[in-house]
Design a binder for this molecule. Structure first.
Ligand code: APR
Ligand code: PHB
Length: 389
């Protein structure tokens, strides 16, 4: 089989890239290790920057999001029983779109199917070959048969556990990592959200987040031990603990119900450099991970897709390699700024096991500074709504 761009990974990065290329008349094949049902069963964050909203429209998949998503002009920050608001619209003129990653992925698959884009599910033993030459290719097994996909370029969109990053020789790659000493226990429940905007809460019992998918579906998180097991938490224990961590006015109006999903996510910051090896380009979680505080995972994947799409578009329009040559540098410049924001926001909001009394005072002083300083709020708002591409 031959295609122009072989895309490893059918998560949001690979699918969005595939649709943008399709609109430009550039052919791609997506290979995915799992089934479509498995990919659509993952529950991830649901806050989209305007840059990503724009890309979804550009890819022709923005309609359902526009109808069913919710625009948020600000967010609440709670600490020591009080709450203050960061007004995104006032500080940046922008807002964010609350729309679940699962729904977005569903829309991308529907568009790929409608455009008859080729997707191979449940592939095994995929390997990237000859990426450092002008004739890269993939080998894999699909439905029991060995296959080869020849291509001009490979997009490594296969997430943190994929093969793409590891296909770069170890002595050519530099990896930077920070593992946080806690996790997030999250639940999804068919209950109305406690507030019409998100509430990020710093409490002496640990962080809590009140988020949502729509007006009948809520997503809540509490900081927990990284090694904890979701089975240790029954729904009542979760709700009780959440109530203790959020301001009284929110706790009093919280509507609880059975959890539809319950899981623990670890928190990690990770970046690999460079994001290119010959004709293979890393995109999204394959190249970097952020802790979920601030919901930047999907949004950072989207900015990579934007830069890579531009490079590929220019190459196929005129043979110009400049955009592709600049891809890794442009993407990493924005990745590191977003890593900084996610690290800063995580440090601000969580309790650390080894936090001294002084460290706690510093955290509270930083929160008070944010509450009282329009300049600090503007800086926070700029990162939250998304840095420009
Ligand atoms: N061959 C084919 N597909 C693979 C392989 C492989 N060897 N290894 C992994 N994959 C697939 C995974 O099954 C997954 O569906 O690649 C896909 C990668 O998708 P994600 O992990 O979702 O990563 P990405 O598309 O970059 O999405 C960005 O934003 O909110 C964050 O982490 C969150 O998923 C999110 C991400
Ligand atoms: C979510 O809704 O899952 C969510 C929202 C905001 C975050 C993280 C997760 O910062």
């Amino acid at each position: 089989m031959r295609t122009q761009v072989a895309i490893v990974g059918g998560g949001p990065s690979g699918l969005l890239l595939g649709q943008l290329l399709h609109k430009q008349g550039i052919d791609s094949v997506v290979i995915e290790r799992r089934s479509q049902a498995h990919v659509l069963g993952r529950i991830r964050a649901g806050v989209l920057e305007q840059g990503l909203v724009g890309l979804l429209h550009q890819a022709g998949v923005g309609n359902r999001m526009e109808n069913e998503g919710f625009l948020h002009d600000g967010t609440m920050i709670a600490h020591e029983g009080q709450m203050f608001r960061i007004d995104f619209a006032e500080h940046t003129g922008k807002s964010v779109m609350v729309y679940g990653q699962t729904e977005l992925t569903r829309d991308l698959y529907a568009a790929r199917d409608a455009s008859e884009g080729k997707t191979l599910f449940e592939v095994e033993d995929a390997a990237i070959r000859d990426a450092e030459t002008e004739k890269p290719y993939l080998t894999l097994t699909h439905q029991g048969k060995a296959m080869r996909i020849d291509c001009d370029f490979i997009a490594g969109c296969d997430g943190y556990h994929g093969i793409s990053r590891k296909s770069i020789p170890a002595d050519k790659r530099h990896e930077y990592e920070k593992v946080y000493p806690f996790g997030w226990l999250g639940i999804l429940s068919a209950t109305p959200p406690v507030n019409d905007e998100l509430i990020y809460a710093n409490s002496e019992r640990g962080f809590a987040l009140c988020s949502m998918r729509n007006d009948q579906l809520s997503r809540y998180y509490i900081q927990c031990d990284a090694l904890d097991d979701p089975d240790n938490w029954n729904d009542d224990d979760f709700w009780d603990e959440l109530r203790r961590r959020i301001p009284e006015e929110a706790a009093d109006t919280l509507v609880t119900g059975p959890s539809i999903e319950k899981s623990i996510a670890p928190l990690r910051s990770f970046v690999t450099e460079p994001m290119r090896w010959g004709r293979m380009f890393l995109c999204g979680d394959a190249a970097h991970i952020v802790p979920p505080t601030g919901a930047k995972g999907l949004n950072t994947a989207a900015s990579d897709v934007h830069y890579l799409f531009e490079g590929l578009r220019d190459f196929y329009a005129s043979g110009d390699m400049q955009g592709l040559d600049q891809y890794s540098g442009r993407a990493l410049d924005r990745v590191w700024k977003t890593e900084r924001f996610s690290w800063w926001f995580s440090n601000l909001m969580h309790r650390y096991p080894d936090q001294s009394a002084f460290d706690q005072k510093m955290q509270l002083a930083e929160l008070a500074f944010l509450r009282d300083s329009p300049e600090a709020q503007a800086a926070m708002a700029r990162s939250y709504v998304g840095l420009p591409y």
